[in-house]
Design a binder for this molecule. Structure first.
Ligand SMILES: [Zn+2]
Length: 508
């Protein structure tokens, strides 16, 4: 029976986003369990869709002893502050020291994202794995990563194996944690390091076109499932998170296995498959006006789901841009809903005024991003809530959701769900908890890029990806990369990044 320490730290950092990520953001994340350490960790993540929950269940099922370290996650935003990272890393290492003081460990499992950037470290996860290795000694450290990880040489050097989500929407987070734990147990059984192959692809892809419910992601995901079906190899294909401007940004493939020939064969087949579909990571971006007019002209009933991808809180948006809301009002759209606009002041005012009141508001744009303005108007307060619910969809099912005091407002034919905290709108529970039936709407605007598809695509008449001003930029060729390594194409067939004017540390 093995004794295995388990912990985690998850953040996806959009280095172009307007607001940094302080320690407090890990304490009460919008759609995830709160930060915990020690024994409380097990109860805190039990029943959630997190990778660590899956890893714990798999380890216990196999009869091993699991030792809790610490775990936390924050909603994506800009750089994790040094203060936050050092407090989180110190906490995890203190728990590791305490575990080692109780007796020897056989291995460590870490639930990481893989695209965290701090003010000082471009590769925050690589730094954390290295610190764990330095403390734990010569025992394997297995890692599971998000599909959006920018996998680095440092991670591959120090981790015994890396697994990653295969689905986007990430409906397989807990399953990935379980698979990584099973791989770690097999690795312990082999008694020697596994062979590994690693490749970075020389192009970036926008998150919108990485979805595995559309091509080419669907076919690649099926290939990986098939090649790794009997779990003799561990495969991490991560298309990456291009809005983390670091040298090692971009898609990567890592394959591990006890048998070198088998790992090599799987690696080569997948590497060639990705290269062959490189140009297919592309799609149509609509303007707000064109998308709304398309939905208004349609003779089929809705909902027409417009994803406000560039303000996706899951990619570093603040859920407070107003471009699509203003266009809906200007075009006099009917039976339309925007979910969500984060505006704690407006939510407070609505709660103070009460249901049935009219409020004159300047709504949204609280983070004062350039070119983004509040929507001025008189809004009717239709519903109020404390913003607390539990996810019911394929990805967030079972997870606590806390968007703070919330209000359903109306202006003309347009409703707005106003919240106090941001979260990616990827679960129908966020709408239903305040009395909205998503299926009854004609136009439904969601602050999400892809994850909404898991719960909303099945009820959508059509999904339109809309490009309205915001920090989760879909057209990567327009972005001012500074730290990305030279030679990388900014889109699969786009311009090549030529110069790197600054290297090293994280913060601008
Ligand atoms: Zn992701």
């Amino acid at each position: 029976m093995a004794r295995i320490a388990v912990g985690g730290f998850q953040h996806e950092t959009n280095t172009f986003a307007p607001v940094k990520t302080p320690y407090e953001d890990f304490l009460v994340p919008g759609g995830w369990p709160a930060l915990t350490r020690g024994e409380a960790l097990f109860a805190n993540v039990e029943g959630t869709s997190t990778p660590i929950a899956g890893a714990i269940a798999a380890g216990r099922k196999a009869g091993h002893t699991l030792v809790p370290l610490s775990w936390c996650m924050a909603t994506p935003a800009s750089y994790v502050t040094d203060d936050a990272f050092e407090r989180i890393a110190t906490m995890l290492l203190e728990e590791l020291d305490a575990a080692l003081a109780q007796g020897p460990l056989d291995a460590v499992y870490l639930d990481l994202h893989g695209a965290a950037v701090t003010e000082s470290f471009e590769d925050a996860e690589g730094e954390l794995i290295a610190r764990v290795k330095a403390r734990a000694g010569d025992i394997p450290v297995a890692v599971s990563l998000d599909l959006h990880a920018n996998v680095t040489e440092g991670m591959v050097r120090d981790a015994a194996l890396i697994d990653a989500y295969r689905h986007y929407p990430h409906i397989d987070m807990a399953e990935t944690g379980a698979r990584a734990m099973r791989a770690l147990l097999r690795r312990l059984g082999t008694g020697r390091p596994w062979h590994s192959r690693f490749h970075k692809f020389p192009f970036l892809t926008a998150i919108n076109w990485q979805c595995t419910m559309i091509e080419p992601g669907d076919t690649l995901r099926q290939m990986i499932d098939s090649l790794a079906a009997n779990e003799d190899v561990t495969v991490a294909f991560c298309p990456g998170f291009a809005l983390a401007d670091i040298a090692e940004c971009g898609p990567a493939l890592a394959v591990y296995g006890a048998e070198q020939a088998r790992a090599d064969a799987v690696f080569e087949e997948l590497r060639q498959a990705v290269e062959a579909v490189r140009e297919d990571f592309a799609g149509t971006l609509w303007s707000p006006e064109a998308a709304i007019r398309h939905a208004m002209r349609a003779d089929k009933p809705g909902p027409y789901v417009l994803c406000d991808t560039q303000d996706n809180p899951g990619g570093g948006g603040e859920a407070d841009t107003t471009g699509i809301l203003q266009a809906l009002i200007d075009l006099d759209a009917q039976n339309a809903l925007v979910a969500i606009i984060k505006d704690p002041e407006a939510a407070r005012a609505a709660h103070a005024a009460g249901v049935g009141s009219d409020l004159d508001l300047e709504l949204g744009a609280g983070t004062r991003q350039p070119g983004i303005h509040p929507v001025k108007g008189r809004f009717l307060v239709e519903q109020l809530s404390d913003g607390q619910t539990v996810g019911t969809g394929p990805m967030f099912g079972g997870n606590p959701i806390n968007v703070g005091d919330s209000a359903l407002l109306r202006i003309g034919g347009v409703q707005v769900l106003v919240t106090s905290r941001k979260t990616q709108v990827a679960d129908q529970a966020i709408l239903r908890h305040i009395g909205i039936e998503p299926k009854s709407l004609h136009i439904l605007v969601l602050k999400s890029s892809v994850h909404f598809r898991a719960d909303f695509q099945p009820i959508a008449t059509e999904v339109l990806v809309v490009q309205s001003p915001g920090p989760v930029v879909a057209d990567l060729a327009s972005m001012p990369f500074r730290k990305l390594r030279p030679g990388v194409a900014l889109t699969p067939v786009g311009p090549i990044h030529k110069e790197t004017t600054q290297r090293g540390g994280g913060t601008p």
